[in-house]
Design a protein around this ligand. Structure first.
Ligand SMILES: C[S@@+](CC[C@H](N)C(=O)[O-])C[C@H]1O[C@@H](n2cnc3c(N)ncnc32)[C@H](O)[C@@H]1O
Length: 243
């Protein structure tokens, strides 16, 4: 498959690094502090797919000691520019050998699985992350729902891509990020809940909880579909028993 990570591009990295938590992104992060405090004990965290460090700094503010890893040099460079004291590492895909197994209380993965193309690659990455979790550790996997690619949103548009409606799990879908200056579509990989169930099972992970945040009318955004249709899923995962 000739799927390529759009975030290796300097222009995309520059645009993304200016992104904070507007609109639909606000909804992705809104409930994370409560979810994390309910499920996570301990303060050692890894931010998988840290990009330009937005999610890493988010965890720092929650009091975690965080390392961020990403396969994109361009994104990681931006993270270091913004936060020179932070720990940001470029890794070869799936290579977590610099970290000790069982050493993280929390692994946050905010969006990278939308860009990891195949079942094999998803499982390989998840297995590696699973092994880094402490016994009570939790992996919080924030991903897009399939519906995000077939509706309009405060921060995203998909109306120019009617073919997204026919996409099946594993197919490439297109979406435009409205909050960045780069309006070229992002290529993501559609992955259904059923596919995630199979992926987690193969990676020896078990779902503890799954959240589908919906927006509220009194929030300071012009919501489009966010009050009715969840654009994101937050999976809280733990190591499963069967090895
Ligand atoms: C949409 S960005 C999100 C960045 C950050 N987590 C945030 O919320 O701002 C997704 C990031 O995942 C990274 N990524 C994609 N595949 C990856 C992989 N296999 N391993 C590590 N990072 C990956 C991309 O390079 C990109 O920086």
């Amino acid at each position: 498959m000739d799927f390529s990570n759009v975030y290796k591009d300097d222009k995309r990295a520059d645009a993304y690094s200016k992104l904070q938590f507007p609109g639909t992104y606000y909804l992705a992060f809104r409930d994370l502090p409560a979810i994390i405090s309910e499920h996570v004990t301990g303060k050692e965290a890894l931010d998988f797919g840290c990009g330009s460090g937005r999610s890493t700094r988010f965890l720092q503010k929650l009091g975690f000691r965080v390392s961020g890893v990403d396969i994109s040099e361009a994104m990681t460079r931006k993270a270091r520019d913004i936060d020179p004291k932070g720990n940001y590492y470029v890794i070869e895909e799936g290579d977590f050998s610099q970290f000790k197994e069982g050493s993280f209380d929390l692994i946050l993965s905010a969006f990278p699985f939308d860009n990891i193309p195949t079942m094999e690659k998803k499982v390989m990455n998840l297995r590696g992350l699973r092994n880094l979790l402490s016994n009570e550790g939790r992996l919080v996997n924030l991903v897009s729902t399939p519906e995000i690619y077939t509706h309009e949103w405060t921060s995203f548009s998909t109306k120019d891509f009617p073919e997204n409606k026919d996409a099946r799990s594993g197919d490439t879908v297109l979406i435009i990020q409205m909050d960045t200056e780069n309006k070229e579509p992002v290529e993501d990989i559609l992955w259904t809940h059923e596919s995630y169930l199979e992926t987690y099972d193969r990676a020896q992970l078990e779902i503890v909880s799954a959240y589908h945040p919906l927006a509220k009318d009194d929030e300071p955004y012009e919501w489009v579909n966010e009050t009715e249709i969840p654009p994101w899923v937050v999976y809280v995962l733990k190591r499963s028993g069967h090895l």
